[in-house]
Ligand binder design. Structure first.
Ligand SMILES: [Zn+2]
Ligand SMILES: [Zn+2]
Length: 398
């Protein structure tokens, strides 16, 4: 027990040191005198993360990284004042390591940058943005996607807290099933966050939101997914939200339509979208969100709806194993819509919650009144993903 609490204090002192550093970074973007010091860090890298000028790089270390790590070191003394035990110095030793790294880079020591700069190395991205650890793709977005988001250096805690783990500003977002109640609510919630929204629907009329604004609308029908190929090139975030509910039907047509619309058309659009991901920028800017529904883990009193939505959910879990971009699942409980007049939650509330959780980088977004779903989803997702990982593989040579 003694060792356990010592370990916990050591870990917390490190997390505390990171919180101090990230808070200083946030402040640097909001307080002019600090931004004057910090801006050099944003000027020194090209979009491929190569350094523009060696002298400027070294100056950026003295002007930005050294003071930032200095503040981190100073702040790291606080846990020691709190518990007066030597173990609380772990955070200070950790911060000192970063300070020495910054001094070495500022002095132009050979290999110092290669050894100590983890998030600014050039080269192709081999991973998607980390969910719990800041990696190169994660940090790249702070430099070139939005400087008013992605502030964290190591653990994205502050970004999750402030909702800056995903910036929607100026992102081109397309929503399928856009003529439905939830589709419209998504368009509204995303537009309110600064996204440029596009509606994708099987209806021919342009989508008009409640406040009378007309939305850029693409008409599409199930089975003709390839016709959207050109349009998807220009989309950053694709939200697959269309679906049908045949309720109690169990005819051949009902089976065919349920799987075609709910599972396979979504999967085909997903594959079409993944083909548009070619370079580093696509890998970190592009995302897919898929509305797989609570039917993935619990009954929806509509067997074919459950069967087809579970198929979609499992296909997403499988495809996520080697996806070149972030894929989020949206798992919703019953909300009020034209299809479901007795739903408890309102569609606009649900859409806002989904966006709230997405900007905190939840990869499985659960919004429901059923507490069991919150417990079942992570367990099911972990077990199924592990099983798929063990008994399947990606394309050979990948
Ligand atoms: Zn940086
Ligand atoms: Zn910055």
């Amino acid at each position: 027990m003694e060792w356990l609490s010592l370990g916990a204090i050591a870990l917390l002192s490190i997390i505390w040191a990171e919180l101090v550093r990230d808070s200083y970074h946030v402040l640097s973007h909001f307080w002019k005198p600090l931004y004057r010091l910090h801006q050099i860090h944003h000027r020194v890298f090209r979009t491929d993360l190569t350094v523009i000028d060696e002298q400027l790089y070294r100056r950026s270390q003295w002007q930005n990284d050294v003071p930032e790590c200095g503040i981190m070191l100073l702040g790291s003394l606080f846990p020691w004042l709190l518990v007066s035990h030597w173990i609380a110095f772990t955070g200070s030793v950790y911060a000192l390591g970063f300070l020495l790294g910054a001094i070495a880079r500022g002095s132009g020591l050979p290999y110092a940058d290669a050894l100590t700069e983890i998030t600014h190395r050039p080269g192709e991205f081999t991973a998607i943005p980390g969910q719990w650890r800041v990696n190169r793709p994660y940090h790249w977005r702070h430099h070139f996607d939005s400087q008013k988001a992605y502030y964290c250096s190591t653990f994205p805690l502050i970004d999750k807290l402030f909702g800056t783990a995903l910036s929607l500003k100026k992102k081109r977002v397309a929503v399928t099933g856009a003529s439905g109640t939830l589709g419209k609510a998504f368009l509204e919630a995303l537009r309110d966050r600064g996204a440029k929204v596009t509606a994708i629907t099987s209806k021919t009329d342009p989508i008009i939101l409640d406040d009378e604004t007309s939305i850029n609308t693409l008409t599409w029908e199930v089975g003709k997914e390839t016709e959207l190929a050109d349009a998807l090139e220009k989309i950053d975030i694709l939200i697959l939200n269309h679906g049908i509910n045949v309720h109690g039907e169990r005819t051949e047509t009902a089976i065919y339509n349920s799987y075609e619309v709910n599972a396979f058309s979504s999967w085909r659009l997903l594959e079409q979208f993944l083909k548009t991901i070619r370079n580093n920028e696509d890998k970190v800017r592009k995302e897919i969100w898929v509305n797989t529904s609570e039917a993935e883990v619990s009954p929806a009193l509509s067997p074919l709806y459950e069967l087809s939505k579970r198929t979609l959910g499992d296909l997403i879990t499988l495809r996520r194993l080697d996806s070149p971009c972030v894929i989020r699942k949206i798992i919703l409980g019953p909300f009020k819509s034209n299809l479901n007049p007795i739903g408890v939650m309102s569609a606009s509330w649900v859409a806002k919650q989904v966006v709230n959780l997405a900007v905190r980088d939840f990869r499985n977004i659960v919004v429901t009144i059923n507490p069991v779903t919150y417990l079942l989803v992570p367990v099911k997702e972990f077990c199924v993903a592990t099983y798929f990982k063990l008994f399947s593989h990606g394309a050979k040579g990948e």
